[in-house]
Design a protein around this ligand. Structure first.
Ligand code: ATP
Ligand code: MG
Length: 571
């Protein structure tokens, strides 16, 4: 690739609209340009980086036995009505009607289309197992598109779908994808973790997310360094320590707590620690008020609550809503005699002699005990895991880190095949629903995540496998000089050696060329300048640590091969 013949419009200024580093750098390096909210054009060098990811993804998917295909982006609404998702999917699904008044939508994902293909084309157990994938543009009308390619409305995804005869076989297909995903992100040269996304009901875990670790990640994940367990906090299971309190239960006491509504105020006043107080929080779940009991020093993991309730919308109630639903002002609520649906975090049922609101303004109760003083039929794990909790798998200590979700694998079972009638004949001639799995990778997001993880104040530092060009050759000579001739020769030699090489042959000052080379993140830079005229030497510099060395033109190809091999796999 020659700079003079391509479009890489680098910027000196930091674009004001970009909040995260990858977005800023992708704009500054001329990788992308915004067309409208969450919708970007990929300029040549940005697209080349995306293609790198695609190549790795394609190779590993093919190696795992999956077949590439391509499905349409425009999908008939009728298919989505069959699966029941036309209503359920919500406003992220962009719907429209064509000139014949036919309802359609833009594919945010392709379960419906692939299931339609499967029901028409897969008839027998002999056709199974099969795994089909595509690398294609998706559209999701995200409520808050942001961070450039990290959360776009239009983005590139690899999506794969597996079909099997049984649950057991589907688990084998799942495991293959699990291994393929690990291989993909390893090959990309990224620091990532595979995390449990759902503990599943049949023992094992049937949903995993692949997270690139980066400070700006939107997800918080808990990792155990002792046993390699890792989970998204949204779903991380809290393991209760011990089997509950052995304290003797004391007699219930009602006390006046005038004006004390907040946990800290009540604890101060009653001279207790927050772990002896149980909060009663009111949430509005799809319009219905529900109360949740949780220890005073704990935080609710709202996703767990939302999943438990099967709610699409969940938020804390405001003071008026609390009063309207319960007849009690905020701050004095408690489980005894409460009139609305009551849930409890599992930990509460293991406490003894705790304090709660008395369901009466300015009063609290002391020495409350679950079971004796009130009953809750809905007890589950609703709290957020914290760093002081033991690892749920080995009891070891945990660390919380930020991650960017780049991949997600999911065992679907037969939900789609049943609702859409995708059956096959088993070896005895019985009709059975296909057992499915789905597997996504945010290809364009991977490039953004790689930059979040690999950059410095001067620009991108591409891991070797993701760099569109691994080497840039800077021609610091004017036209028709020895320097230019040597730079051209080096470019030709490296290209002939199968190395992806870039030539900065612009009529620009050296300072500009150095700055752009750093910004674009080439792992190696070869400078052909004054030193070449003096003694025939060129300089090779590593982008990651700035280490520089000299070489003759003759020895250059070998040296570059060695340096690239060393850098590959290094972070
Ligand atoms: P998120 O929680 O980030 O919204 P999701 O659960 O909606 O992700 P999936 O439906 O599992 O995502 O999609 C598969 C992959 O596609 C994700 O792991 C992610 O890498 C990528 N992806 C999802 N939404 C976007 C988006 N708006 N922009 C870019 N990539 C995306
Ligand atoms: Mg999403």
């Amino acid at each position: 690739m020659r700079y003079s013949q391509t479009l890489i419009p680098t910027l000196k200024e930091v674009p004001a609209e970009a909040e995260v580093i990858s977005h800023r750098l992708m704009l500054r390096a001329g990788f992308i340009r915004k067309l409208s909210s969450g919708i970007y054009s990929y300029l040549p060098y940005g697209l080349a980086a995306i293609r790198r990811v695609e190549t790795i993804v394609r190779e590993e998917m093919n190696r795992a036995g999956a077949q590439e295909m391509m499905m349409p982006m425009v999908q008939p609404a009728d298919l989505w009505k069959e699966s029941g998702r036309y209503e359920k999917y919500g406003p992220e699904l962009l719907r429209f009607t064509d000139r014949h008044e036919r309802e359609s939508c833009l594919g945010p994902t392709h379960e419906e289309v692939i299931t339609d293909i499967a029901r028409k084309e897969i008839h027998s157990y002999r056709d199974l197992p099969i795994n089909l994938y595509q690398i294609q543009t998706k559209f999701r009308d995200e409520i808050r598109p942001r961070f450039g390619l990290m959360r776009g409305r239009e983005f590139i995804m690899k999506d794969a779908y597996s079909f099997d005869v049984s649950d057991e076989m589907a688990e084998t297909s799942y495991k293959k994808m699990y291994d393929a995903y690990n291989a993909i992100f390893q090959r990309c040269g990224l620091d990532f973790r595979c995390v449990e996304a759902d503990s599943g009901t049949i023992g094992g875990s049937f949903s995993h997310e692949f997270m690139v670790l980066a400070e700006t990640g939107e997800d918080t994940i808990a990792v155990c360094d002792e046993c390699k367990w890792a989970a998204n906090l949204e779903k991380a299971v809290v393991r209760l320590a011990g089997s509950g309190s052995r304290e003797e239960t004391l007699a219930l006491v009602k006390v006046e707590t005038p004006g004390k509504r907040k946990v800290a105020q009540v604890c101060d006043f009653l001279k207790i620690t927050p772990d002896r107080l149980v909060k009663t929080l009111v949430y509005i779940a799809d319009g219905e008020a529900v109360a949740l009991l949780i220890r005073g020093d704990r935080e609710v993991e709202e996703i767990k609550l939302k999943n438990y309730l099967g709610a699409t919308d969940l938020r804390l109630a405001d003071d008026k809503e609390v009063f309207d639903a319960t007849g009690v002002p905020t701050g004095y609520l408690g489980p005894l005699g409460i009139s609305i649906r009551l849930l409890a975090d599992q930990e509460v049922m293991h406490l003894a002699n705790f304090s709660v609101g008395a369901n009466e303004k300015n009063y609290h109760l002391l020495n409350v005990n679950g079971g004796r003083d009130f009953r809750v039929s809905e007890v589950a794990d609703f709290r957020r895991l914290c760093e002081s909790d033991p690892c749920p798998s080995c009891g070891g200590s945990l660390r919380l880190v930020q991650g960017i979700e780049v991949g997600h694998i999911f065992k679907l079972g037969s939900a789609y095949s049943e609702s859409m009638n995708a059956f096959f004949q088993d070896s005895e001639g019985n009709g059975k629903p296909l057992v499915m799995g789905c597997y996504g990778i945010g290809v364009s997001r991977v490039v953004a995540a790689a930059i979040e993880q690999n950059h410095d104040e001067n620009g991108i530092i591409f891991p070797v496998p993701l760099a569109p060009c691994q080497v840039t050759v800077l021609n610091l000579g004017l036209k028709d000089t020895d320097i230019s001739a040597a730079a051209e020769m080096i470019y030709a030699k490296l290209s002939a050696a199968g190395i992806d090489v870039f030539l900065d042959d612009r009529d620009e000052r050296p300072g500009v060329k150095f700055k752009d080379a750093d910004l674009l993140g080439f792992p190696l830079r070869v400078t052909v300048g004054k030193r070449f005229q003096e003694n025939g030497m060129v300089e090779i510099r590593r982008r990651r640590d700035g280490k520089a060395e000299e070489s003759t033109v003759d020895g250059l190809v070998d040296l570059i091969r060695r340096r690239l091999a060393e850098l590959t796999g290094q972070r």
